[in-house]
Ligand binder design. Structure first.
Ligand code: ZN
Length: 71
């Protein structure tokens, strides 16, 4: 196992994820798992993670009711 632990006490590695022109710094867990900084969900690919984060931004993942736009 490689140890890339620099200054932080916690074994935390950050990975730069780039998708659709957006660059994000996310926490990487284990070899190839990326952690959502918002809800902690794990994803195997940066693409999935970024799509998920975008969903957060759009409010898709939250179950809050928005003002209904009916008639
Ligand atoms: Zn999330």
């Amino acid at each position: 196992m490689e140890e890339n632990g620099p200054q932080e006490g916690n074994r935390r590695s950050l990975a730069k994820v780039e998708y659709a022109g957006s660059r994000l710094l996310v926490e990487r867990v284990s070899d190839s798992l990326y952690k959502c900084p918002i809800c902690g969900a794990l994803f195997a690919t940066p693409k999935d993670l970024v799509a998920h984060i975008i969903a957060h931004a759009l409010g898709v993942t939250s179950n809050r009711k928005r003002a209904p736009e009916r008639g």
